[in-house]
Design a protein around this ligand. Structure first.
Ligand SMILES: [Zn+2]
Length: 189
C-alpha cells in the first residue's frame, strides 16, 4: 500500500488503504472469517463440525475465531461501514470525502509521479526541509523563501515563492489547477 500510494513511512497508517484503494487487511480478515463461518454453518454434514466443536480443547485460544465469527454475525458486521467509521474517526475533516469504497480517490489515474506528489500534499508527509531534517538527511529545515520551517503545508499554501493559489478542496478533487501546480512544482516532495 505504501508503494501504490507513494507515501513515506511517517504517514499515519489510516491513509494507506484509502489512497491505495484497498480494503484494510483487518476488515478483509473479518469478512473472510464471516463468509467461511456462514458457509460451514449452512452445511452440518461437513466433517469440520467435529473439529471446531470439541468437548475438550487441547490448546486454549484467548480469541478463538469461532467466538469472533459468532459475535460478528450477531452484530451484523459490515466491513465497509467499519472502514468508513475508522476513517472518519482518524482523518482530518477536510479529507473525509476521499474514502469512497466504490471508486478510487480522485487523481488515482494520474501518472505515478504526480499521484505520489498529490498524496504527499494530502497527507502533509513529503520530502520537505522540515521532514528531511527530522529524518537526518539534511541539517537545514528552512525554506529558500526565508521561512524558518519548510513543511509540506508551507510549500503548498504559504510559501511566497511557490504556494498553490487554491484550496485543500482542489487537492481533494484533484482539479486540473491542482494537477498543473503539481506538475510545475520546483520541489520534489
Ligand atoms: Zn517557502
Amino acid at each position: 500500500m505504501r508503494i501504490i500510494s507513494g507515501t513515506p513511512k511517517s504517514t499515519p497508517l489510516y491513509w494507506l488503504p484509502v489512497l491505495s484503494n484497498i480494503i484494510p487487511p483487518s476488515i478483509r480478515r473479518q469478512n473472510n472469517l464471516l463468509r467461511e463461518f456462514k458457509k460451514i454453518s449452512s452445511n452440518q454434514s461437513l466433517p469440520v463440525h467435529e473439529v471446531i466443536m470439541p468437548v475438550h480443547r487441547r490448546l486454549k485460544s484467548r480469541s478463538p475465531p469461532l467466538v469472533t465469527a459468532k459475535r460478528l454475525l450477531e452484530e451484523a458486521y459490515d466491513g465497509i461501514a467499519a472502514w468508513k467509521r475508522g476513517w472518519i474517526d482518524s482523518a482530518p475533516t477536510a479529507w473525509h470525502p476521499l474514502l469512497d469504497p466504490n471508486s478510487p480517490p480522485p487523481g488515482f489515474q494520474l501518472p505515478r509521479k504526480l499521484r505520489v506528489t498529490l498524496n504527499r500534499v494530502r497527507t502533509g508527509h513529503g520530502r520537505c526541509g522540515a521532514n528531511l531534517t527530522k529524518w537526518g538527511f539534511s541539517t537545514n529545515p528552512a525554506c529558500d523563501c526565508g521561512a524558518s520551517l519548510q513543511t509540506t503545508e508551507h510549500i503548498t499554501f504559504d510559501c511566497p515563492s511557490r504556494a498553490f493559489g487554491g484550496t485543500r478542496e482542489d487537492f481533494l478533487r484533484a482539479t486540473p489547477e491542482a494537477v498543473l501546480w503539481l506538475e510545475q512544482l520546483d520541489v520534489r516532495l
